[in-house]
Design a protein around this ligand. Structure first.
Ligand code: BGP
Length: 476
């Protein structure tokens, strides 16, 4: 069954500066560059971000490959630690400026819409050491200054801006669950960081509205909206799911799109003594500077159950786990390599949630994908990786996305993570996600079967869903 997608649909892929470029000629270290310098052993096989996928040197060839597989749009990010020379004065580094200008021009020359994100977990580490990073409102101001430089330098050609990628992961990784530097466990700081990052996004949008002169340009934020599904209909599991939604999704979704925090969330944090420091003036900025549109990263659902500990427990740190626990559903479908559940229908649930609760704002799937380790297992004698599992993964998600669109949700694109296998945080090159593979020793890049597949989809602006997928989801 072939389904046509809306006109001008974005068929593309997403990467980021720190994960693709390599550190070449970069004046400053970001938090991950720094973490690798001091603790290389925590990164998978000791591989750090120094070379990554060499995009700094090979962007022309890489973009040519992206064109060859028919992508009409690609997201990357501008690294603060590359573009800015003096982090206090916000002066622009000449080589950083040259590099991003050339990258943007190369995308446009190849008929690919460059989608630019301004923060992908890559805070310059000096600002962490000097000010405490996102705990500090000084850093909020410096970030807005960096964004202004980007709007001024590239705004004539960039029509699609995003302030942050997955702000919730900055909070979870750096301040609650220790998978990002500075790997603290501190619920109060975590909530302050969440607020300051939201404020930084809203203030960057305010600056964009002041300085942007391109009438076609829009600005948004990219959120990992992971729908919580309760383990059962028991009232306590339902409440756990409600709380997970408040603390993981609505913490950024509501202020970014509606301009306000849910009052229930405010009360909950206040009652628990972890409400962030804020002013009426800041809340007004958040209110007045909502996004034009939204990117949604979706990989896996979040199944939740009532917390295992009594809320009356003593001497425990404040953690969101006070309100919900993770639930491993028996019989779940898995991407075993990555350890993530596969639940494509969640994209339909996300689509309807945005339609019904967020003013039917326009959005796109800014990341979706299937990380597979030891992917050379699937290398054929033809020299190509036969990633049929990735094609099926995309088809299943596109099936549910299309149903959401049919029911009125305004989704305008689908980006896979990622165009070319890239470096990832602690996982380095463990999980491969790309349409194009990368031999990290030789930097030879080869189109996978999924890369050839997406070319056909993009050309037809349609997906031909195999019968077994229609059958599988018919009843759901
Ligand atoms: C997302 C991030 C990406 C990328 C992806 C895959 O959350 O936005 O930057 O890293 O996850 O992550 P991993 O390679 O660690 O599985």
């Amino acid at each position: 069954m072939k389904k046509q997608f809306p006109e001008n649909f974005w068929w593309g892929a997403a990467t980021s500066g720190p994960q693709s470029e390599g550190r070449f000629n970069k004046k400053h270290a970001n938090v991950f560059d720094h973490w690798y310098e001091i603790e290389p052993e925590v990164f998978y096989k000791g591989v750090g971000p120094d070379t990554a996928s060499n995009f700094y040197n090979s962007f022309k060839e890489d973009i040519k490959l992206m064109k060859e597989i028919g992508l009409n749009s690609v997201r990357t990010s501008i690294q603060w630690s590359r573009l800015i020379d003096d982090l206090e004065a916000n002066t622009v580094d000449a080589d950083g400026l040259r590099f991003y200008n050339e990258v943007i021009d190369e995308f446009i020359k190849n008929g690919i819409r460059p989608v630019i994100n301004l923060h992908h977990f890559d805070l310059p580490v000096e600002l962490l050491h000097k000010y405490g990073g996102w705990e500090s409102k000084k850093v909020v101001e410096l970030f807005v200054g960096f964004c202004q430089r980007c709007f001024e330098a590239f705004g004539d050609r960039i029509e699609d801006w995003f302030t942050f990628n997955e702000p919730m992961v900055i909070v979870d990784g750096g301040y609650l669950y220790q998978f990002h530097y500075p790997k603290l466990v501190d619920g109060k700081k975590a909530m302050q960081v969440a607020y300051n990052v939201q404020l930084a996004s809203s203030k960057a949008i305010q600056k964009f509205r002041e300085v942007n002169t391109n009438p076609k340009s829009r600005i948004g934020i990219i959120l990992n909206l992971t729908p919580p599904y309760p383990a059962s209909d028991h009232p306590e599991d339902l409440l756990a799911s409600h709380h997970a939604n408040l603390l993981s999704n609505r913490l950024f979704m509501d202020p970014s799109t509606l301009g306000e925090y849910p009052s229930e969330l405010f009360q909950l944090l206040d009652k628990d003594g972890v409400l962030f420091e804020h002013t009426a003036e800041e809340l007004k900025i958040i209110k007045e500077n909502t996004v034009d549109y939204l990117g949604v990263n979706f990989y896996h659902p979040h199944r939740v159950q009532r917390p295992s500990l009594s809320s009356d427990s003593l001497a425990v740190d404040w953690m969101p786990g006070k309100y919900f626990d993770h639930y491993e559903m028996p019989g779940r479908r898995m991407n075993v390599d990555k350890g993530w559940e596969i639940h494509p229908k969640a994209l339909y649930d996300i689509a309807l949630n945005i339609r019904d609760n967020y003013g039917n704002i326009e959005w796109f799937v800014s990341e979706n994908g299937m990380g597979v380790s030891r992917e050379e297992r699937w290398l054929g004698t033809d020299g190509m990786i036969h990633d049929d599992y990735r094609i099926q993964f995309m088809q299943e998600h596109l099936y549910w996305l299309e149903r959401g669109i049919e029911e009125g949700s305004k989704c305008f694109g689908y980006h896979l993570w990622t165009p070319i296998d890239c470096w990832s945080w602690m996982n380095a090159y463990r999980n491969r996600y790309g349409f194009i593979s990368n031999n990290i020793h030789t930097q030879v890049k080869t189109i996978k079967k999924s890369g050839h597949y997406i070319k056909g989809v993009a050309a037809e602006n349609a997906v031909d869903f195999p019968d077994f997928i229609i059958e599988k989801f018919k009843q759901a």
